[in-house]
Design a protein around this ligand. Sequence first.
Ligand code: SF4
Ligand code: SF4
Ligand code: SF4
Length: 163
Amino acid sequence: MVDTRRRFFLRAQPAPPAQPRPPGALAEGAFLDACTRCGDCATACPTQVIQRGDGGYPVLDFSRNGCELCGDCQRACRAGALPGSTALGGWLAELTLARCLSSRGVECRLCGDACEPRALRFRPGARGVALPQLEAEACTACGHCVGVCPTQALSVRRRPLGG
Ligand code: SF4
Ligand code: SF4
Ligand code: SF4
């Protein structure tokens, strides 16, 4: 009986991916039911940020580019798997300061230049080298900061509950 319930729960609550689905994706279970893995969203994406993830389902890969939140993927999806808003709600950039060049006394600021919403601000640090600081409220999780960082100090993660 317990096994049956557990199997039902696992089927009803698929493990969420570690990378965002394209903007506007249905809740994970409904998304997996609706998405046909046709790849039309990826073809329509002007920044080629949509890649095939586990099972061939689309995820956003920020290693080379970010999302413009343009909605082209949503308009291309004939299966209705991306009906929501163009926001990437529930996701947030994560900055690991120990990996940033500033922690080695080198000033960089590439992530700040790439961040259109100005969610990456710089404050004076030791030895006059500016340290990046993430303003979570301003971050749209667009991922444009991720690929430009030479030391992989930035990633996009799930926003903490209540964050
Ligand atoms: S919103 Fe635009 S840039 Fe972002 S994944 Fe969709 S098509 Fe690509
Ligand atoms: S994910 Fe986008 S908005 Fe957030 S810090 Fe990076 S570039 Fe800025
Ligand atoms: S791009 Fe990377 S190394 Fe450069 S300031 Fe930003 S976090 Fe630091």
